[in-house]
Every structure is written in structure tokens, then in C-alpha cells.
Design a protein. Structure first.
Length: 74
């Protein structure tokens, strides 16, 4: 399905800009567990939409949550 470059719902620029192969963040994350996918999402868009440091902290939060989840399962 083709979307206009400016389509902020289906094709937000902060998830697509900078990828030379045309991939979008959703292409990387949709098959990952939730916490891992969200960490990747925040790492890929760091500084493109919000404060870069805030995005990196959010990514770390999801990584830590995944670590805790995995630790609880053992």
C-alpha cells in the first residue's frame, strides 16, 4: 500500500527518515516481543521527534523491563 511521504499516521517521517533501504521501524519491530520492539523504536527515532536523551532513556526503560521479565521467568 503506497502512502504519501507526509502521512503522519501511516508513514511518519520520524520512523522512516535515514534508512537507505526504505525500511521503516515497523518493519524491524513488528515481529519482536513488545518490550524489545519498543526499545528498538525509541533507539531508531532518538532525537527525530522528541528530546534525544529522553528517547534513549525510554529505550533503556524497555530494555530493563524486558530483562526483569526474563529474570522473573527463570
Amino acid at each position: 500500500m503506497a502512502f504519501a511521504k507526509a502521512d503522519s499516521v501511516h508513514h511518519p517521517s520520524h520512523y522512516a527518515d535515514g534508512w537507505s533501504n526504505g525500511a521503516e521501524v515497523i518493519d524491524l519491530t513488528e515481529n519482536l516481543p513488545f518490550n524489545r520492539g519498543n526499545a528498538i523504536k525509541y533507539l531508531c527515532r532518538a532525537g527525530k521527534k522528541n528530546d534525544e536523551l529522553e528517547d534513549l532513556r525510554k529505550a533503556a526503560w524497555y530494555v530493563n523491563r524486558e530483562i526483569e521479565r526474563m529474570g522473573a521467568a527463570k
